[in-house]
Design a binder for this molecule. Structure first.
Ligand code: TXA
Ligand code: MG
Length: 332
């Protein structure tokens, strides 16, 4: 039986009750669907790691309603507060030092002394956190390493019975995971590219912002953002980047005009094999379509996915980041 429920008031109240009892609820955010558990419960958080098959070294994002909720759990600072005031609710996760006496489950931090916090903008996410009246730990609601979910059916297909309830709130408007920024370092450092760009953050802070999408810390060799070095975002169908044509049996994941794209040695690419992220070359539209189109292509039995070049500027950096990780994961 399906576990997908429209996010009515009653369903949200029931979902909060499930969370209070240590269960798992998938819910919509403006970025991707999250797999939520009570962030104060070790046992509930352990269920997230089990349901996803997630390596224990990869910490979770803790979702709050607003900055006020952060103050009970993390050591705050003025620059982080300024970011929250500018970008929350919204797709920015801010890493801070944990408070030492906090009720937050240790496992959300996966052994680190920091915690990533985000106030999501989606009204259903907001209402769910408010109904629970404490933070919700929530990674993306998919099996570890696979495509992120941007619709309720993606969640059901990936997690099946491992989740107690899926609150449906339509397609995710942004479609890519939040920007993750470390505000504990001397220089603010973006660890995961997302909708909010480093240059926009730098403008707000009035200082330089570093990016570290693929790095490890020098002292320990441990990745700054453990999730960034793991297998990620991978469809089942093999994927090749910067394609200038398609081969027979491949789907074309297009961006912008396909006028100059052909089927190798055979002329035109059949219309049904073309999945255009954005015919107008709009990066926002492409981001919103990315995971949904990869999910769709995966279901259709293509032998491969030829991905057209996507400009590496603005939001294109985050889109390319996901595609590169997907292609690399398949080679591991
Ligand atoms: O948009 C999003 O952020 C979605 C929705 C549900 O909010 N969540 C999400 O969570 O993408 P997840 O678990 O799939 O990705 C969290 C990322 C991982 O790369 C993880 O390593 C990093 O954030 N992260 C979390 N806590 C961290 C910490 N304390 N220090 C460094 N990196 C951290
Ligand atoms: Mg994820």
């Amino acid at each position: 039986m399906t576990k997908i429920f429209p996010a009515t008031k009653a369903a949200i109240a029931e979902a909060a009750e499930i969370l209070r009892n240590g269960g798992l609820v998938a819910f919509p955010t403006e970025t991707v669907y999250g797999l939520g558990a009570d962030a104060a419960s070790e046992a509930a958080v352990a269920r997230i790691f089990a349901a996803k098959g997630r390596p224990a070294v990869n910490p979770l994002i803790v979702h709050v309603t607003d900055w006020k909720m952060v103050e009970d759990y993390a050591q705050t600072n003025d620059r982080a507060k300024l970011l929250a005031a500018s970008f929350w609710p919204g797709p920015l996760s801010i890493i801070l030092k944990r408070k030492t006496d906090t009720k937050l489950a240790q496992s959300v931090s996966a052994g680190l002394d920091t915690v990533a916090l985000r106030a999501p903008a989606h009204p259903v996410a907001q209402q769910l956190i408010a109904a629970l009246d404490r933070p919700i730990a929530a990674p993306s609601a998919n099996r570890s390493g696979t495509l992120s979910p941007t619709a309720p059916l993606h969640v059901e297909k990936s997690l099946g019975t491992a989740v107690d309830m899926i609150l449906a709130g339509g397609k995710c408007a942004i479609g890519l995971e939040s920007t993750v920024i470390d505000m504990t370092a001397e220089m603010p450092t973006v660890l995961r590219a997302g909708f909010i760009l480093p240059e926009t953050i730098a403008d707000v802070l009035g200082e330089d912002v570093a990016t570290a999408y693929d790095t490890v810390t020098e002292e320990t060799g441990a990745p700054l953002s453990p999730g960034q070095l793991l297998r990620h975002y991978a469809p089942d169908t093999p994927l090749r980047l910067k394609a200038v044509d398609a081969q027979e049996g491949e789907a074309l994941l297009a961006f912008g005009s396909v006028r100059f794209m052909g089927l190798r040695g055979k002329g035109h690419i059949p219309e049904k094999d073309i999945f255009n992220l954005s015919e107008n070359g709009d990066l926002n539209e492409a981001a919103a379509n990315l995971f949904a189109m990869l999910h769709e292509i995966d279901q259709k039995g293509y032998k491969g996915i030829a991905v057209m070049d996507i400009p590496a500027a603005g939001l294109g950096i985050a889109i390319n980041d996901r595609l590169k990780r997907a292609a690399r994961a398949q080679q591991d």
